[in-house]
Design a binder for this molecule. Structure first.
Ligand code: NAD
Length: 304
């Protein structure tokens, strides 16, 4: 068995494959043409996000049995083409959940104290303390939309900070939050009562623009919103209007409708804290996802 590792996948993946007796070739960067030439001689490939396994590459992968994506999203893999060739695709849905949850907690604190604004102010020569009277998060209500892996990690960390956690997830019943700090509410109650709202749902036809003009109007004046899930779940034009009208006091966005969001009007607003889709980007998460997917590849070859 021979596996190709690209995109600087963490070397723990190579170690796991080797110790299972699988040959592992490491080629951190490959042009599409090089990949097309090489791929036929591999039984498996392990990628992060830079390598695009589009149909024209996959069609050349005559011997490939499995594609491992060291991460969550499968946007760089043509799943239909893989299916047509009978190639299994595996990923690591939970390897970076903790990284995202910690990023979200950081964004909540930064919004509450305007750390990003204070940072830019001092760097630009300012020292006007009165501009930076913050708000504390303890005893504030955090609305968590989507109670999956990341939503739950955020909820328990927030509860540890003394926040009251209101959760909404149509697929989670009361028993599902038993023993947690989450109190389940309707989406309307969550919108009306939360001081901070954080989104942790996948982007689907059902969640696209689920936070729009109507939902923003329902929210508490001065609410702060965090989105480290997927761009497009919040209607960015409606958010812009809600911020400029003073309804929304701050928004922290790690994900954007268009990435990079160079044309977004939201970047012009001081109330918007922007990060470049780095929620899951930690050293630990890179190791976790590489290990997770390498183990899945080893298991796959053991089972066939
Ligand atoms: P998950 O599948 O574990 O949880 C998603 C939850 O959303 C599920 O419990 C589901 O029932 C719920 N849900 C679905 N539709 C809903 C709706 N209409 N309203 C409320 N809840 C709904 O997913 P996860 O691993 O927790 O990931 C959450 C999000 O974070 C995803 O969008 C994922 O793509 C994103 N993510 C972002 C980064 C980043 O770098 N910023 C990294 C990893 C994941």
């Amino acid at each position: 068995m021979k596996v190709l590792l690209t995109d600087s996948v963490d070397m723990k993946a190579r170690d796991i494959l080797k110790s299972a007796g699988i040959e592992a070739d490491v080629r951190p960067t490959m042009l599409e043409e090089e990949l097309k030439e090489a791929i036929a001689s591999y039984d498996a490939i392990l990628v992060r996000s830079a390598t695009k396994l589009n149909a024209s590459v996959i069609e050349r992968a005559e011997n490939l049995r499995i594609i491992g994506r060291a991460g969550v999203g499968l946007d760089n893999i043509d799943l239909d083409a893989a299916k047509k060739m009978g190639i299994e695709v595996v990923n690591s849905p939970s390897g970076n959940s903790n990284a995202v949850a910690e990023h979200v907690i950081g964004l909540i604190f930064s919004l509450a104290r305007n750390i990003h604004g204070a940072h830019s102010h001092v760097k630009a020569g300012g020292w006007e303390k009165k501009l930076f009277k913050g708000t504390e998060v303890r005893e504030k209500k955090l609305g968590v939309i989507g109670l999956g892996r990341i939503g739950r990690l955020v909820s328990s960390a927030a509860a540890g900070l003394g926040m009251e956690v209101i959760g909404y997830d149509p697929y989670v019943k009361e028993e599902g939050v038993k023993g947690t700090a989450i109190s389940l509410e309707s989406i309307e109650n969550l919108m009306r009562n939360s001081d901070f709202i954080t989104i942790h749902v996948p982007l689907t036809d059902g969640t696209r623009s689920m936070i729009g003009k109507k939902e923003l109007a329902m929210m508490k004046d001065g609410v702060m919103i965090i989105n480290a899930a997927r761009g497009g779940i919040i209607d960015e034009d409606a958010l812009y209007d809600a911020i400029t009208s003073g309804k929304v006091a701050g928004a922290a966005l790690d994900v954007w409708k268009d990435e990079p969001p160079h044309e977004s009007m939201l970047l012009k607003l001081d109330e918007v804290l922007a990060t470049p889709h780095v929620g899951g980007n930690t050293h630990e998460a890179q190791v976790n996802v590489a290990v997770d997917v390498a183990e899945k590849i080893v298991k796959f070859f053991k089972d066939i």
